[in-house]
Ligand binder design. Structure first.
Ligand code: NAD
Length: 309
């Protein structure tokens, strides 16, 4: 008896080339979105940057201008490079501006419902070949991808803060992500002069799985009175040779983002060792989010910033 084990398939499908990413759309013009726009524009890529808040867009453009100005002063780039890069960035509050982009990189607030609502709202404006990437620090790429109309073109592209300085990009495939999408993102990272590390799709991936519980532990040490803010940060800077203390680093990342990551780890891994410190919860509830709100474990209205405990 003749059994056709592979009906309809006579040969393996031909390898598909990764799509070229020539024009980038970014959602979220906060610290990460503005940093990603900065490096993409300097690499010669036109960027369309979208935020719900028009003032976030104005602020992002002035931060990018200031940060590129610093690179000019340090002779990392020329004044012409800066002018050309700034001219490549356009801003909008309307997803219709994404009609021609080849990749949308989402860098909005670290909340799953916010991100899902963004993807739902923007996909009707995209061409069918457009790839989607999330800069999420912790949320499942498989779950986010499944909530869109193109799970196979959905991937995690996790930049580090500050984006123009930090060399690493974590790349995270969801279960449905296809190989051309993965290769296209690797090619883009190379174009941006970044080194990639591939992480499996587990809560918080590699860097934040290790880093954010350390910050949470530092907040517990403060909460339990083991040391003051400056004693904890000085200990880790001079005793462990970290460039920044963990509380200073939490303020730099954003305490709301740190709390969201701890919640994802706690719920995603069902392990009490990831319980967010109640003091971290209280700071976020108070709106003390770190540098971006002017106060966290340090008061940034003082120069130099003054420890608050
Ligand atoms: P942020 O608070 O600085 O910026 C978030 C931006 O998203 C804000 O400008 C906000 O207006 C915008 N936004 C919120 N809802 C929106 C919507 N519906 N549509 C469009 N824009 C919307 O936050 P961030 O630190 O830039 O973090 C952004 C993402 O990057 C998060 O997923 C975070 O986990 C990730 N990330 C952060 C860091 C870090 O160190 N802060 C590092 C790597 C990755």
């Amino acid at each position: 008896m003749n059994v056709d084990v592979n009906p309809g398939f006579e040969s393996a499908p031909m390898a598909v080339l990764p799509p070229d990413i020539a024009h980038i759309g970014i959602v979220g013009a906060g610290q990460m979105g503005s940093g990603i726009a900065h490096v993409c524009a300097l690499a010669g890529l036109p960027v369309t940057l979208i935020d719900v808040k028009p003032d976030a867009l104005t602020k992002a453009l002035s931060i990018i201008d200031r940060n590129m100005g610093r690179q000019v002063n340090r002779s990392v780039i020329t004044g012409e490079d800066r002018d050309a890069a700034l001219a490549r960035i356009v801003t909008s509050t309307d997803y219709a501006a994404f009609a021609d982009v080849d990749l949308v990189l989402e860098a909005a607030t670290e909340k799953e419902d916010v991100k899902r609502a963004i993807f739902k709202a923007l996909t009707p404006s995209l061409k069918s070949s457009c790839l989607l990437a999330s800069n999420t620090s912790s949320i499942s790429i498989t779950r986010l991808g499944a909530s869109t109309d193109r799970a196979e073109k959905f991937i995690g592209m996790h930049f580090m803060n500050p984006v123009p300085v930090m060399k690493l990009v974590e790349v995270i495939r969801g279960i449905a992500t296809d190989e051309p999408t993965f290769q296209a993102i690797q090619n883009l990272a190379r174009k941006l002069n970044k080194t990639t590390a591939v992480s499996e799709d587990f809560p918080a991936f590699i860097v934040n799985r290790i880093l954010v519980p350390m910050i949470n532990e530092a907040v517990y040490a403060l909460y339990e009175g083991v040391g003051s803010v400056s004693a904890i940060d000085t200990s880790m800077r001079l005793g462990a040779n970290h460039p920044m203390g963990p509380l200073e680093l939490g303020d730099f990342i954003g305490l709301d983002t740190c709390l969201s990551i701890m919640q994802v780890l706690y719920e995603g891994l069902s392990d009490s060792k990831y319980r967010p410190c109640p003091l971290l919860v209280k700071y976020v509830e108070a709106g003390w989010l770190g540098r971006k709100s002017g106060r966290g474990f340090y008061d940034y209205t003082q120069s130099p910033p003054r420890p608050t405990r």
